[in-house]
Design a protein around this ligand. Structure first.
Ligand SMILES: [Zn+2]
Length: 403
């Protein structure tokens, strides 16, 4: 199962610590990682030789004796492409080794048309080319169930069933490709750079067209046996509730997603056919019936997330997705239902709202690759990590490529 050698684990830990805390001295690194200075010296020598770290001057004065040399990550040592695939468009970013965005793009995309893999390859080909020699791979986040070992995707919202997205794109574009569920990619990004950086037990709840969930338990992203864990949207929120896209009744998604709320507003004559979430938000400012749709949604969501707290005892709940635009309309009902549902024995749980846009989701997809470089195996566990790390070394001359 493990594709990490001891040496790689050491390299990843040092690289990540420098990325997070750099510029930093070897002595401080050794203390932070609880390893001997000699170990840190050996690993950093490797990383300096591979061009992944560089000297960053001397430690500012104060200490007696020789001031220690500081090290930092070379941001340009790697470029990763991250892409969020949605039903009607793809959004992508290229990021450097620190996860900072270098460029961004957006293309229309019709997911339901025949041969979506070839279409995506045509869209992404020029961006792969533009990323150049330092590209370590392509990460994709898709709104569906992903078999992370094979890279195959089943996604009802895209009308995809067992589409070989990962292997297909790798063959057509000649780069390593890593695919995961889009909510998972967002959670990995939160753990790499975001609010969940030092948090082992967190829930990432996304609201928007659907309701998504990524569960991190003990620092590990829980995918379940087949990658399908986290279908919060299709847990039953009310008996005999409205019909859900999955064909059943009363799912949380049918009540608390933008799609579900707009559908209810249309059926109650509050919005015309074809009304939008933005129109419903606007209407709720002056119409109590529209506001009550948001209150019902917030309440259902608060109860469900409260149940998750009782089950999983996280310390942090991140709420993200385009639906957070309605958070001011959802929050009071959410809080009331949440507080009522969570057992008194649980200590206070932090709830943070992260209004990330599609570009942030794409950046999350790039974290699949950087996660393969930085994160402990159990955070990403994608099977292709070794390939990404080999490539990182190769593009920086660590392997014999004639450079
Ligand atoms: Zn459902």
């Amino acid at each position: 199962m493990s594709d990490w050698s001891e040496r790689e684990l050491g390299r990843a830990a040092v690289l990540r610590a420098v990325a997070v805390d750099g510029p930093v001295s070897r002595t401080v690194l050794a203390g932070r990682l609880a390893v001997s200075p000699a170990t840190v010296t050996a690993i950093t020598r490797d990383l300096l030789a591979d061009g992944l770290l560089e000297p960053a001057g001397k430690e500012p004065g104060g200490n007696r004796g020789r001031p220690a040399e500081l090290l930092r990550v070379v941001p340009g040592a790697a470029v990763a492409l991250g892409v969020k695939v949605a039903a009607t468009q793809v959004t992508g970013v290229s990021v450097d080794l620190l996860g900072d965005t270098l460029s961004a793009f957006e293309h229309p995309f019709a997911a339901h048309e025949p041969d979506p893999v070839a279409t995506l390859a045509r869209i992404l080909g020029p961006h792969v080319e533009a990323a150049g020699h330092h590209l370590i791979g392509l990460g994709l986040g898709v709104p569906g169930v992903v078999d992370t070992a094979s890279g195959h995707v089943t996604a009802p919202t895209l009308q995809w069933s067992d589409v070989p997205l990962g292997p297909g794109l790798a063959e057509l574009l000649h780069v390593p490709v890593v695919v995961d569920n889009d909510v998972h990619t967002l959670a990995i990004a939160e753990h790499l750079y975001g609010r969940a950086k030092d948090v082992d037990d967190a829930l990432t709840v996304t609201i928007g067209r659907g309701i998504g969930l990524a569960i991190t338990v003990g620092g590990r992203l829980h995918r379940g046996a087949h990658g399908g864990a986290g279908e919060l949207g299709h847990t039953r929120a009310v008996a005999d509730g409205p019909l859900c896209g999955c064909g059943r009744r009363g799912c949380l998604e049918a009540i608390a997603s933008e799609t579900g709320m707009v559908r209810r507003a249309i059926s109650e004559g509050l919005l015309p056919a074809g009304g939008t979430p933005a129109e419903l938000r606007e209407l709720a400012q002056r119409d109590g019936r529209a506001a009550s749709i948001f209150a019902a949604a917030g309440s259902a969501l608060g109860r469900s997330v409260g149940d998750l707290v009782n089950l999983l005892a996280p310390t942090l709940i991140l709420i993200a997705g385009e639906g957070t635009a309605a958070w001011p309309l959802l929050e009071a009902a959410f809080r009331a239902a949440f507080d009522e549902q969570v057992l008194d024995t649980h200590p206070e749980v932090e709830i943070a709202v992260d209004p990330w846009d599609d570009r942030a989701w794409a950046r999350g997809a790039s974290s699949l690759l950087l996660g393969s470089v930085y994160a402990p195996e159990h955070m990403t566990r994608l099977g292709q990590g070794a390939e990404i790390r080999d490539r990182l070394q190769a593009v920086n001359g660590g392997a014999d490529d004639g450079r």
